[in-house]
Design a protein around this ligand. Sequence first.
Ligand SMILES: NC(=O)c1ccc[n+]([C@@H]2O[C@H](COP(=O)([O-])OP(=O)(O)OC[C@H]3O[C@@H](n4cnc5c(N)ncnc54)[C@H](O)[C@@H]3O)[C@@H](O)[C@H]2O)c1
Length: 333
Amino acid sequence: MINVAVIGYGYWGPNLVRNFLSAGCHVKTVVDMNENRLFALKKAYPFIESSMDIDSTLADTQIDAVAIALPVTLHYPIVKKALLAGKHVVVEKPMTKSAATSRELIDIALREKKVLMCDHTFLYTGAVRKISQLIKDEQLGSIEYFDSVRINLGLFQSDINVIWDLAPHDISILNYIMEKSPTSIVATGLSHTGNDMEDIAYLTMLYDDNFIAHASVSWVSPVKIRKVLIGGTKNMVVYDDIEPTEKIKIYDSGYRIKSDEDQKKMRIDYRTGDIFIPKIDTTEALSGMVTDFMQAIDKGRKPVSDAELSLSVVTILEAAEKSIKNHGKEVKL
Ligand SMILES: NC(=O)c1ccc[n+]([C@@H]2O[C@H](COP(=O)([O-])OP(=O)(O)OC[C@H]3O[C@@H](n4cnc5c(N)ncnc54)[C@H](O)[C@@H]3O)[C@@H](O)[C@H]2O)c1
């Protein structure tokens, strides 16, 4: 049995603890510097050791693996310490705040022969896996665009802006299903709080082919929207994560360009056909993530949300932030 420590028991940490326990792992220790959080832990799980000290937990030789759910700016130093202490690591998204630090952690993990992955939870949802399969099976045709909206009111973060908080979800989904990287990024955003931390942002990812991707993220929207539109030449997909069951709808809709020789102008034929709602796996995504982490440790299998994919997400986020700070200047990758 693998002994696990969960570091950070704020909003997301309890979800990790619950899923590690249901996967049959031994959660030996949970670390948080906030007494109230450790009190909540003791109430829910009296059999788990609590600690306020990350270093002593990492020095515990009985612990094989750690899951890190700390504020983003602590990811790099704590993941590095954990890997150097000989632990396998799963860290919450985004892996770190720069491509250079993510690359450094990947190199350390390789050298130490430890698993390093990042919890891009959406890659383990039935919906995203279904979309990936539809694209692989060429049921959508050639993909022309990916357009996502992830907006709600709050939660303002103190150490990161909205792109580092929300866009990792959209970019990890994009990179996973498309299996290619953009060549440049154009992004704009604004902070309304006077602290230079953007609370609303628009990211455009440009590619060297006929595909474009866009993500809109916001903490200042009156409504919560979690929607992705994917346009293919055969079919189009609407993925609405707020929908309880019918998360994916496949539209047999599209257009065809007909050149009109006489009038020398373009004519478009539109097609609006049936809408198909596929059945998707509703297993909790985090349980898939935990199983993936365990199998990577046990069997040496490459995780779905592996460190290289996580680095590609950080690379895009970093470029987007640079573009925002330069008023939407295109940043080449
Ligand atoms: N995968 C997802 O869908 C998802 C969802 C939410 C959050 N997250 C990620 O989880 C991570 C944590 O986010 P959160 O919303 O739980 O934040 P949070 O602020 O609610 O929790 C962080 C916890 O870390 C503790 N902490 C901070 N510094 C510490 C230190 N030096 N030593 C020990 N404990 C310390 C805090 O007391 C707090 O309880 C972030 O990386 C975030 O992006 C992921």
